[in-house]
Ligand binder design. Sequence first.
Ligand SMILES: NC(=O)c1ccc[n+]([C@@H]2O[C@H](COP(=O)([O-])OP(=O)(O)OC[C@H]3O[C@@H](n4cnc5c(N)ncnc54)[C@H](O)[C@@H]3O)[C@@H](O)[C@H]2O)c1
Length: 254
Amino acid sequence: MGILDGKRVLVTGVLTDASIAFHVARAAQQEGATIVLTGFGRLSLVRRIAQRLPEPPPVLELDVTDQEQIASLADRVREHVDGLDGVVHSIGNAPQSALGGNFLNTPWEDVSAALHISTYSLKALAMAALPLMPRGAAIVGMDFDASLAWPGYDWMGVAKAGLESCARYLARDLGPHGIRVNLLAAGPLRTMAAKSIPGFSDFEELWGKRAPLGWNLSDPGPVARGCVALLSDWFPATTGEIVHVDGGAHAIGG
Ligand SMILES: NC(=O)c1ccc[n+]([C@@H]2O[C@H](COP(=O)([O-])OP(=O)(O)OC[C@H]3O[C@@H](n4cnc5c(N)ncnc54)[C@H](O)[C@@H]3O)[C@@H](O)[C@H]2O)c1
């Protein structure tokens, strides 16, 4: 018996086998879920990576900024599963000018791209999936603690602060539908998204000092398991919440 037995879960954001979403999909399958993946842009790569999961799932194309792809998502998902008990938002991107200490000079066009992909997309994805979601379903998004300003994270930090607020408003408006919306604030992990952040190695030092439980930047396992827990029926009365899976670093000053 797994804690996601019989659940149908849409997982966005697989790019490589280091992607947080890849590990979420694997852990969810191990707990009994049926998975449908979405991929952006490099679909043949995503399909190849999907073959490495215990049960290779279907891969649908989804650019969260493409209104047609968002509008057709429910119908395309229905070709594989008859509903969705869970949706995982594991999507983030910002143009290079929005990262790495250029905060004061980033033009609006680049800020706007970061917010569209990394913040507004949670609402867009939730609404696209809503027709498929019964009462008791859960949406989980991936956050990086936005309560502080970080080295190099810049407009992506602003986008994550917006994501945190967006999740609370979605929790308010989807609660009456019986749908939970929560974020998981992950500690730093070595993924493609992380590689695009100049100075990402500073986080290794910070987490080395702060995380009372310790933190392995090469092990997405704890984040994947936390996400599976939030998707499961074991958080039935939790919504609008941010669960930190970061070795405890968020709780420690200095
Ligand atoms: N790696 C970390 O240290 C870390 C820490 C906390 C939170 N996160 C968050 O976890 C999530 C997943 O990132 P990751 O670290 O696994 O890196 P990743 O690069 O593997 O995943 C990012 C995903 O976003 C997708 N994406 C980008 N633009 C898109 C678009 N227009 N439409 C649809 N998808 C798009 C990419 O295709 C990719 O699959 C992101 O929200 C990221 O901010 C990452």
